[in-house]
Write a protein of this length. Structure first.
Length: 289
C-alpha cells in the first residue's frame, strides 16, 4: 500500500465526508424533489426525458430507505415536483395538478386541478393542517390549496412579484411565507424573500440583493436561518446557501458543486437531503448549526 502524507489523508477524508450519495444504485432519471419522514425518503422523479411540463405519464414517486434501497410508491404521473408530507399524505406538484398519495400504500388521495391557470406548478408547503401553498413558476404566482372533502384553490395575491416563483416554506411562528425564484428567460434573476401572511395586504419583501437560479428553500430547526439551493448554471455548478435572517448574511455551505440542486429537505439531524437532478442522484450534506 502506498503511503499517503498525513495532510493529504486529512484533506481526502474531509472531502469524502463533505458529500454522500444516498442511493445505492442508479435508478432515478430526473429527481426534482425529496421529502422525508422518520424512516424513508420520498423522491419525486420527473422521469425519462426530464421535461418539467410535458404530460408524458412517465413521472414516478420513489420511496427509498436509509440504506439506499428503493421501491416505487406511485407511477403514471407526468412531471412531479415539490414533494411535501402532511398527515401521512405525500403531496406533489404535477404540472397543473396538486396530487396526494398515501405514504404507506401509494394510493392516490387527491387530484386537484389548477389548469388552465398554470402549466408549471413547482413547490408545495403547508400553512396549517388543511391549507397548502403551491408555487407556479410559469406565471410568477402562488396559490392556496384548501384541502378537505371538496378541495378548492385560490390565488394568493401579493405585490412585487418574484420572477419564476419556485421554492416555498412557511414559518408558523412568525407567520412568514419564505419564497425564492428561479428567474425568467434563462436568466438567473430569482430573488429570496418573504410574504407576511399576518397582514391584509401581502407584499413580497426581498431579503438580499443576491440573484440566482433559486430552487429549494427551507428553514433550519431554530427558524433563524434559511437554506436555499442555487443552480448557478445548467451544469455541475450548483450550491447550497445559508441566509442568516438577523444579519442578512449569505454564505455558501458546500465544497463540492452539485449538478442541478433542486427541491431539497432537511432531515431530523439537520442534514440537507438534495436531489442532484442533472445526474440522477440524491445527496446528503452536513450543515453546521
Amino acid at each position: 500500500m502506498k503511503r499517503i502524507p498525513m495532510m493529504a489523508f486529512i484533506l481526502m477524508t474531509s472531502q469524502a465526508f463533505a458529500q454522500q450519495r444516498l442511493n445505492n444504485a442508479s435508478f432515478m432519471h430526473a429527481p426534482e424533489s425529496v421529502a422525508t419522514d422518520k424512516s424513508s425518503y420520498f423522491i419525486a422523479d420527473i422521469g425519462e426525458g426530464a421535461n418539467p411540463t410535458k404530460k408524458d405519464g412517465n413521472g414516478i414517486i420513489f420511496r427509498m430507505n436509509k440504506k439506499g434501497d428503493h421501491q416505487v410508491l406511485a407511477t403514471g404521473l407526468d412531471a412531479p415536483k415539490g414533494a411535501f408530507i402532511l398527515h401521512h399524505t405525500l403531496f406533489v406538484a404535477d404540472i397543473d395538478k396538486v396530487k396526494g398519495y398515501d405514504i404507506i400504500s401509494g394510493a392516490q388521495l387527491y387530484n386537484i386541478n389548477l389548469a388552465p391557470t398554470t402549466a408549471f406548478l413547482n413547490d408545495i408547503t403547508a400553512v396549517d393542517d388543511s391549507t397548502l401553498v403551491a408555487s407556479a413558476t410559469d406565471v410568477n404566482k402562488l396559490f392556496l390549496v384548501h384541502l378537505g372533502k371538496n378541495p378548492r384553490t385560490e390565488e394568493l395575491v401579493y405585490t412585487n412579484p418574484i420572477k419564476g416563483t419556485n421554492g416555498v416554506v412557511y414559518d408558523a411562528h412568525s407567520k412568514k411565507l419564505y419564497v425564492c425564484g428561479f428567474g425568467s428567460n434563462n436568466t438567473p434573476g430569482g430573488q429570496i424573500g418573504y410574504i407576511d401572511m399576518n397582514t391584509a395586504e401581502k407584499v413580497f419583501t426581498p431579503l438580499t440583493n443576491r440573484l440566482g437560479y433559486y430552487d429549494g428553500i427551507t428553514l433550519t430547526d431554530h427558524n433563524k436561518q434559511l437554506v436555499i439551493s442555487d443552480w448557478v448554471a445548467f451544469e455541475k455548478k450548483g450550491v447550497l446557501l445559508k441566509l442568516d435572517l438577523a444579519s442578512g448574511r449569505v454564505s455558501t455551505l458546500n465544497k463540492e458543486l452539485i449538478a442541478g440542486p433542486a427541491d431539497f429537505t432537511l432531515d431530523a439531524a439537520g442534514n440537507a437531503i438534495v436531489p442532484a437532478m442533472l445526474e440522477g442522484n440524491v445527496l446528503k450534506y452536513t450543515i453546521s448549526k
